[in-house]
Write a protein that binds this ligand. Structure first.
Ligand SMILES: Cc1cc2nc3c(=O)[nH]c(=O)nc-3n(C[C@H](O)[C@H](O)[C@H](O)COP(=O)(O)O)c2cc1C
Length: 304
């Protein structure tokens, strides 16, 4: 008999634990040419802001040992165009989709959530807390437990759609931030986003990326992400989406054992757009080989 690979993230049922990570599957349309989206667990859109953003100058991606560094800079069409031009395609999918948003202030996050609250079929809103808080200079929202708490609270006041807090690894203690999410009644915690990194171009002697530096993702960050998921799972019972360097079923199972109820794959989609499908099959095979009838039995097992 085939094992049960469905999982739940608060009230949201996923047919399998594999989610397409924000920024690596656009708004679904392009990747749908290479991957049957109705077979993945869920999809998270590119982060949307109030106004359209052009992003950083090229080059925007550098291939490095163990991963890539991107300096896309949140290029997106803005909320108005997202609702008009991108939501109709997403609504036709048979899987849950989550909309990622980012603001420059707590109020801007709430404003975006208020707009999305009026729209049908959005299963969750992911708050990209890895962006600078204008009121606090260069500090990121997700670096301060108080700001994290207040942002989630403000968003929850204006919408009944479940909220995912996507955390940045650029913190002293990730558990402090996770506890703030829990206190604010956040429905799901997603971690981690990319890690700051850069490349110097030896031909020019200057930074290679147009944005000077960017965010490292892929296998190089897997073990860092895994520890953060494990640490967060130890202190809160909020469902976790694990993310960072997941390239295959074995990586995904490690995150699930560390406490993630589901995982999101990012860089793997850029290398091979059908990797989510393969990763799902590999999870299934892992369960079959060990005669485990449900993936849910693995969640958090390494913490016992
Ligand atoms: C090209 C690219 C664009 C990304 N854009 C976003 C984004 O818009 N919002 C966001 O929250 N994360 C974004 N991310 C981060 C990913 O969602 C993910 O957290 C990170 O890449 C780690 O996972 P991975 O190692 O599987 O790629 C982006 C990552 C890449 C590689």
């Amino acid at each position: 008999m085939k094992p049960d690979i469905s999982v739940k993230l608060c009230s949201i049922k996923l047919q399998n634990p594999i989610i397409l990570a924000s920024g690596t599957c656009g708004f679904g349309e392009e990747i749908a040419k290479f991957l049957n989206l109705n077979k993945v667990g869920a999809l998270i859109t590119k982060t949307i802001t109030l106004k359209p953003k052009e992003g950083n100058p090229p080059p925007r991606i550098a291939e490095v040992e163990g991963g890539i560094i991107n300096s896309i800079g949140l290029e997106n069409p803005g909320i108005k165009s997202f609702v008009k031009d991108k939501l109709p395609f997403l609504r036709k999918l048979k899987i849950p989709f989550f909309v990622s948003i980012s603001g420059e202030t707590e109020d801007e996050f709430a404003e975006l959530a208020k707009i999305l609250d009026k729209e049908k079929n959005i299963s969750a809103i992911e708050l990209n807390l890895s962006c600078p808080n204008l009121k606090q200079g260069k500090n990121l929202f997700g670096q301060d437990p108080k700001i994290t708490y207040e942002t989630i609270k403000k968003v929850k006041e204006v919408t009944s759609i479940p909220i995912i807090a996507k955390l940045t690894p650029q913190v002293k203690d990730i558990t402090e931030i996770a506890l703030a999410c829990h206190k604010a009644n956040c429905d799901i915690i997603s971690l981690i986003n990319t890690i700051p990194a850069m490349v110097i171009d030896l031909r020019t002697g200057k930074p290679f990326l147009g944005g000077i530096s960017g965010g490292l993702s892929g296998p190089a960050i897997k073990t860092v992400a895994l520890k953060m998921v494990y640490d967060v799972a130890k202190v809160v019972d909020t469902p976790i989406i694990g993310c960072g360097g997941i390239m295959n079923g074995k990586d995904a199972v490690e995150f699930i054992l560390a406490g993630a109820s589901a995982v999101s794959v990012g860089t793997a989609n850029l290398i091979s757009p059908d990797s989510a499908q393969k990763t799902t099959e590999e999870i299934e095979n892992y369960l079959i080989q060990r005669k485990i009838n449900s993936v849910k039995k693995l969640i958090g097992k390494s913490l016992d």
